[in-house]
Design a protein around this ligand. Structure first.
Ligand SMILES: Cc1cc2nc3c(=O)[nH]c(=O)nc-3n(C[C@H](O)[C@H](O)[C@H](O)COP(=O)(O)OP(=O)(O)OC[C@H]3O[C@@H](n4cnc5c(N)ncnc54)[C@H](O)[C@@H]3O)c2cc1C
Length: 433
């Protein structure tokens, strides 16, 4: 089986050796004569999920639930279980993921390895904070159980450790209780970036979930205008799984549908389609958390050259000014993105040594890959982020320089010390060698 990363840039396919049963692991490892990398569901955008030598260890088929306790909301499952598979079981029983990213189509192993975060980072921190323990297979030691109290250093190096410290075999997770599968949400329009920051400071404490869509094509006094989408689980209601309606992009398009004309039209339409300042809505959790999951293979709209996501986080003191500079650079250079997501992160520290979030604000934008141009823009953005004391998200990255990575993740050598010598990714090779 051949696989690539979600952004399809850099274009590099890996051969996957899938395992169905954990007992197959030693034989599969022996079959690789060079280094390999664990592979989940390939929802990372850049090269952090691609093996340096093209040898991927496929964990997705190892996807059984090992134990569930619906009194306490503690589940233990093999690392190939998808977050969507957990929700199918847990939502009807009144439990939800304590932290979830913007797609539910990721494995438990991938969620731990990137220490993913979601719309509730300001109140719940990252995914790793809700992991009670996991089993890790290391080529030289075999199975090692890790938790915040047992093999703590290895636990901290593995949460957000980019799959480098071993193969996560199973994960024990604490879920959060819910009384309804519906979200009581509000969409609030804001007219520029300053407006966003004051709104966020004023209302974030009232909502568990907050995220803003930003019109990144707008300029001048409209710079950074957008819609703030906030919500809480409804306090009472029914616990139902949403009916899934799936669209798909059936073929690889020969060229990108994303260009300055479509971007300008989409951004103006999306901002103006909401006429009043504030709209209250009761929505199912599915469209609220996972709007993009309803279109399978939406990454094909970027054509064969693929796309890159640029996601940075800037510390609180510099966030407002740096975000202005970033958005000004993007719009004056004529770039734009359908997806531009802005969120203020909270101060809850993650156990992960290489975890991405920090107290401040994070911005994520998708750009079609255009040879020469996209990386030229990224060089300019990197210098703004670096001067503001920020960093980039390895799960989304395909371009950052080794120097920028090592400066902004100054503890990277601790993870290198815990790296399984048989494991190497394209990303890690690029930024540490
Ligand atoms: C539409 C969309 C929205 C997203 N939104 C967010 C978001 O809001 N927040 C966020 O944080 N991320 C977000 N992401 C990124 C995504 O959540 C992460 O990249 C996630 O880690 C992907 O998991 P995966 O199972 O697909 O793993 P892969 O992408 O296959 O692998 C990711 C990493 O995990 C390692 N890995 C996988 N399985 C194992 C294992 N069993 N043992 C050890 N290492 C393993 C791999 O080596 C690799 O380093 C989004 C991605 C998409 C496509």
């Amino acid at each position: 089986m051949k696989i690539g990363s979600w952004g399809r840039f850099p274009y590099s396919k890996n051969s996957v050796q899938p395992i169905d049963w954990l007992t197959q692991i030693p034989t599969v490892i022996d079959s690789f004569d060079e280094t390999y990398l664990p592979f989940g569901n390939g929802r990372s955008y850049g090269d952090s999920c691609l093996s340096e030598n093209g040898n991927a260890f496929g964990v997705r088929n190892s996807n059984r639930f090992l134990s569930v306790d619906w009194e306490t909301g503690i589940i233990r499952a093999e690392a190939g279980v998808l977050l969507s598979e957990i929700l199918e079981l847990s939502v009807p029983r009144g439990w939800f993921l304590a932290s979830t990213p913007g797609t539910k189509l990721i494995t438990l192993g991938g969620a731990v390895a990137n220490d993913v975060h979601g719309k509730n980072h300001h109140v719940a921190g990252t995914f790793g904070l809700h992991v009670r323990k996991f089993g890790l297979y290391r080529s030289e030691q075999g199975l090692v159980e890790c938790s915040a109290s047992k093999n703590k250093e290895l636990f901290n190096a593995t949460v957000g450790g980019l799959g480098l410290t071993g193969i996560i075999l199973w994960v024990e997770l604490q879920l959060r209780p819910i009384s309804s599968s519906m979200i009581d949400s509000q969409n609030i329009k804001f007219s520029n970036l300053d407006d966003f920051f004051s709104l966020s400071r004023e209302i974030d404490e009232k909502f568990d979930y907050t995220v803003a869509w930003v019109d990144c094509v707008s300029k001048g006094s409209n710079l950074g205008r957008g819609i703030y989408m906030v919500g809480n689980h409804m306090e009472r209601g029914t616990l139902e799984l949403p009916k899934s309606t799936k669209l798909s992009v059936p073929v690889d398009l020969p060229f990108s549908l994303v260009n300055p004309l479509t971007l300008k039209a989409f951004n103006a339409f999306y901002y103006n389609k909401q006429l009043s300042k504030k709209v209250n809505k009761l929505v199912s959790y599915e469209p609220f958390f996972y709007p993009l999951d309803s279109i399978t293979e939406w990454n094909r709209i970027y054509g064969k050259s693929g796309f890159q996501q640029y996601q940075c986080v800037i510390p609180e003191n510099n966030a407002q000014d740096a975000m202005k500079e970033i958005l000004t650079t993007i719009s004056t250079k004529g770039f734009g993105s359908f997806l531009a997501v802005l969120k203020r992160c909270g101060d809850i520290n993650s156990p992960g040594i290489l975890s991405f979030p920090m107290e401040g604000a994070t911005l994520a934008l998708d750009f079609p890959q255009v040879k020469g141009k996209t990386n030229q823009l990224f060089d300019q953005l990197d210098s703004i982020v670096s001067q503001a004391g920020g960093r980039l998200y390895p799960a989304k990255d395909a371009h950052m320089s080794g120097e920028f990575f090592r400066d902004s993740y100054s503890n990277w050598e601790i993870v290198e010390g815990f790296r399984d010598p048989r494991i190497m990714s394209k990303f890690w090779h690029r930024v540490t060698r």
